[in-house]
Write a protein that binds this ligand. Structure first.
Ligand code: TYD
Ligand code: MG
Length: 454
């Protein structure tokens, strides 16, 4: 047999290369290639076409037991996971350092333990005393959570193999785990993948819910291997600006439910508080009419969330290139809207700086926000105060037409429920009771309404 081939794996994206290079050919990251543990020679030595056990095929309509779910007791967490945790499944919880992953999971673990479930929380990052301190802060000291500080997967699994498996096993974080059966330092692709594989196998065999915490790199991917996302059943992402209070828990992949539901929390002195009505959080302290401030009924999954969009226009005296800065929305879309306002409505932004901000650190991905953004821009440009009880929704085409948005009636209903009295948006949308509706066909209608008040 020839010499075993060396293999190098990118720690950022998991791509493999046959020789070492300074830059990954796949994701273009620098200095991320590391020699991988040798591939087992098992497949080379054995003929894999015989000698296995027979597997049974069944029909698609064969009866099966309904999916069981364990509620965590945090309603927002359960909502984001599609109704609770499924025994025997693996969940990857990604998020920036400091966003609150450990806090969230300790709270969920505490709630479940208080409800009589057996829970094991293994921290590889913090000493047990640190976790205890956090539990005290969260008021969970009395919750019967089994707490351990460990990083060896073999130790963890050996311990758990004795006695009944816990209902919930939290590993915080997978990047700190290592297995002595695998080469490489903790956090390398082969370690992360190997440790996750062992832990997931344990969860599937013993029917416990496994939650793996995963750090996120600066560009938003869960650090280390993409393969981890394929190995687990559910990928959750915990998002939010550290400087802001609110946090969103989102499912990016879910084998047991929809991926468009979110859970909303606010980080407070005593841990994460559930926010059953997010709109009140994003709109707080907003009752004065202001120029450049507009409310948009956004949609997160099936859940309407009202957010405030703010625009600021600063006229430039000199011929310097004006800045365009956007927080919480797509910069390319802003450029498009400015161009449409300029060419279809004759409004000129070319000698002005344009700043756009979605309040509260919220990120909007909804094309239905075009009209609201345009209203904020026009109001800021003309320095016209906006009615604080007015919402705007609609997509704007390059021709300047106002297009319908998904779930318009649901969004308007939420606005009416929260005390908004006026709405403007695409034609053909029936408003709920108590809401005056201004249908708009083109962007010109918006300019008339903001500047001319019609
Ligand atoms: P943590 O859960 O440690 O984040 P992660 O595990 O994602 O790295 O929490 C990080 C921040 O949350 C920390 O900077 C302090 C803040 N925090 C609160 O504001 N209130 C609290 O009750 C707790 C426990 C944390
Ligand atoms: Mg942590």
């Amino acid at each position: 047999m020839g010499k075993a081939k060396k293999r190098y794996v990118c720690q950022a994206c998991g791509a493999a290369a046959s020789r070492w290079q300074g830059q990954c050919a796949d994701c273009a990251e620098w200095n991320t290639l590391v020699e991988d543990a040798p591939v087992t020679a098992f497949a080379q030595k054995h003929d894999l076409s015989g000698g296995g056990r027979k597997i049974a095929f069944s029909s698609l309509d064969a009866p099966s037991a309904p999916l069981q779910r364990i509620a965590t007791g945090l309603a927002e967490f359960d909502r984001a996971t599609g109704g609770g945790l499924v025994p025997g499944s693996a969940i990857l919880m990604g998020g920036d350092p400091g966003v609150g992953k450990s806090t969230l999971l300790l709270q969920a673990a505490g709630r479940m333990a208080q409800a009589g479930r057996s829970v094991a929380y293994v921290s590889g990052e913090e000493a047990a005393a640190q976790v205890r301190l956090r539990a005290a802060r969260l008021g969970l000291s009395a919750a019967p959570v089994g707490l351990a500080s460990a990083t060896s997967v073999r130790d963890i699994l050996t311990t758990l193999a004795e006695g009944p498996a816990p209902d919930l096993l939290v590993i915080d974080s997978i990047q700190t785990m290592h297995s002595d059966l695998i080469e490489g330092a903790p956090g390398t692709v082969s370690q992360v993948r190997g440790c996750a594989f062992e832990l997931i196998r344990f969860a599937k065999e013993r029917g416990c819910v496994l939650v793996l915490v995963g750090h996120v790199t600066k560009d938003g991917a869960i650090a280390g291997p993409r393969v981890l996302e394929h190995m687990v059943d559910v990928v959750m992402s915990f998002e939010g600006e550290r400087s802001h209070q609110f946090r969103i828990l989102r499912a990016l992949k879910n084998r047991f439910g929809a991926v468009d539901e979110i859970g909303v929390f606010a980080m407070a002195g005593a841990g994460l508080e559930e926010v059953p009505n997010p709109s009140t959080l994003f709109l707080s302290g907003r009752d004065q009419p202001l120029a450049g401030s507009v409310v948009f009924p956004a949609l997160e999954g099936t859940r309407p969330v009202l957010v405030e969009i703010q625009a600021l226009i600063v006229r430039l005296q000199s011929g310097a290139t004006p800045r365009r800065a956007v927080v919480g929305w797509d910069g390319g879309r802003l450029a498009m809207l400015l161009a449409v306002l300029e060419s279809r409505c004759g409004l000129s932004f070319s000698s002005a700086e344009v700043y756009l901000n979605v309040a509260g650190g919220y990120r909007l991905n909804d094309p239905g926000a075009d009209l609201a953004v345009a209203a904020a821009l026009v109001s800021a440009l003309a320095d016209r105060e906006m009615d604080p009880k007015h919402v705007w929704l609609g997509e704007v085409s390059l021709a300047g037409e106002i297009r319908p948005v998904a779930h318009g009636p649901l969004r308007l209903k939420e606005a009416a429920k929260l005390g908004f009295t006026v709405a403007a948006g695409p034609a053909g949308l029936g408003p709920p009771q108590g809401l005056a509706y201004h249908p708009m066909e083109r962007l010109g209608n918006l300019v008339d309404r903001v500047i001319g008040g019609v």
